[in-house]
Design a protein around this ligand. Structure first.
Ligand SMILES: *[C@@H]1O[C@H](CO)[C@@H](O)[C@H](O)[C@H]1NC(C)=O
Ligand SMILES: *[C@@H]1O[C@H](CO)[C@@H](O)[C@H](O)[C@H]1NC(C)=O
Length: 364
């Protein structure tokens, strides 16, 4: 009898303790995620922390978040069965072990990609199930090879989950990659284009708010593309901010087959400013270099964007000296300082977000 009373009161105490906990949970609001940054340029981890881990792997995205990135960036492609995946190239050759898979040897193909005959193993010829048997590897031989063979190719949704599950607000900066090629090789039900599937994936996770709105600040996203027709196609399908990426003036846009020089005109910038929040281009197209890798004066690209109220995204920063002008004496923080405080770039894509994070902590 005494024992069962003791048991009951212990149970009651435990129950009380539990409800107290719930009560506490109700009284004290669960901690919100720390606010998204409000000043200084955005630190965007290019394909994750790809200076350390194989590009666009979940490990690279997670490391970028540990390293203080504001956004994780990736290119989005598609499998044959229409699943959107994180992959820059149309071929899998440079960043996976596909060549070591004899079961896929028959898939080697040659396709025209942006006007060039390309031979290799194309992601659009692999189902998601097949893609998931491959393992990523480091693109550059001068970077750490010890993670080769460990990580799968993530899907677009798996990448989004990394950002949403982070313990602070982390943005995503996915690119609609190679849309002409993907739309030629992959068909979706209902006549959806690659761009439609891309936007629908973002909508599924609640990404649909204008730049700097309260909701955007809780789930920041930029949608990037080099294809102006993709921007117009999605213009009325999502309120998320878009970034138009420009290639070199003498390169052809994959969709319109116009030279990019056409897109650097005032007329075109006035037009596209109605649809995008930012322009993007390579750092060498903003600050050109001479033949001895010394900086030439900056172009007026940033001013021309800023007078139209557009942000400027620029790529790609890296700690490695071979990717920077000699003026910076192999010091990535000098290069950041130049592009951020002299050139006034707003969105910085780097392979080494830890270095940019360190720089930004000193200055902002
Ligand atoms: C691609 O290869 C095919 C077949 O070898 C050839 O006929 C075609 O001219 C090539 N196209 C380009 C753009 O090089
Ligand atoms: C978006 O919708 C508006 C009005 O609904 C229309 O005027 C505009 O042309 C549309 N833009 C595009 C790019 O389809």
């Amino acid at each position: 009898m005494a024992a069962s009373v003791l048991f009951l009161s212990t149970t009651l105490l435990l129950l009380l303790a539990n409800s107290f906990h719930i009560l506490e949970g109700r009284l004290i609001k669960p901690p919100a995620k720390p606010r998204f940054k409000s000043n200084g340029p955005y630190n965007v981890a290019h394909r994750g922390a790809n200076g350390e881990f194989p590009e666009s792997s979940i490990a690279a995205f997670k490391r970028a978040i540990e390293n203080g990135a504001d956004f994780i960036e990736t290119d989005i492609g598609s499998t044959r069965d229409g699943v959107l995946i994180c992959m820059h190239d149309t071929t899998l050759d440079a960043v996976t072990d596909v060549a070591q898979h004899p079961e896929f040897a028959h898939k080697k193909a040659m396709y025209v990609d942006e006007g060039v005959n390309v031979t290799g193993f194309f992601a659009v010829d692999f189902t998601l199930q097949e893609i998931k048997t491959l393992r990523l590897r480091q693109r550059y031989d001068f970077r750490d090879q010890s993670y080769n063979g460990l990580f799968e190719i993530p899907t677009f949704e798996e990448y989004i989950a990394v950002a949403l599950e982070a313990d602070r607000v982390v943005g995503i900066d996915p690119e609609i990659k190679s849309p002409v090629f993907i739309n030629k090789h992959v068909k979706w039900p209902g006549g959806d284009l690659f761009e439609d599937r891309f936007v629908k994936t973002l909508l599924k996770y609640g990404y649909n708010d204008p730049y700097n709105s309260q909701k955007w600040l809780k789930q920041p996203v930029f949608i990037q593309t080099f294809a102006p027709t993709s921007i117009l196609h999605i213009a009325n399908k999502t309120k998320s901010p878009k970034i138009f990426a420009l290639g070199p003036a003498d390169a052809l846009a994959q969709d319109t087959k116009l030279l990019y020089s056409h897109y650097y005109t005032d007329e075109f910038l006035d037009f596209i400013a109605n649809y995008v929040t930012a322009l993007s281009t390579k750092k060498f197209l903003i600050v050109p270099m001479d033949s001895s890798h010394k900086n030439l004066p900056a172009t007026d690209f940033v001013e021309r964007a800023h007078v139209r109220d557009l942000l400027v995204q620029t790529a790609t920063f890296s700690n490695e000296a071979q990717f920077m002008a000699r003026d910076f004496a192999a010091d990535p923080e000098q290069e950041f300082d130049y592009f951020i405080r002299k050139v006034h770039a707003d969105i910085i894509l780097t392979d080494h977000p830890a270095t940019l994070s360190h720089y930004l902590k000193q200055k902002y």
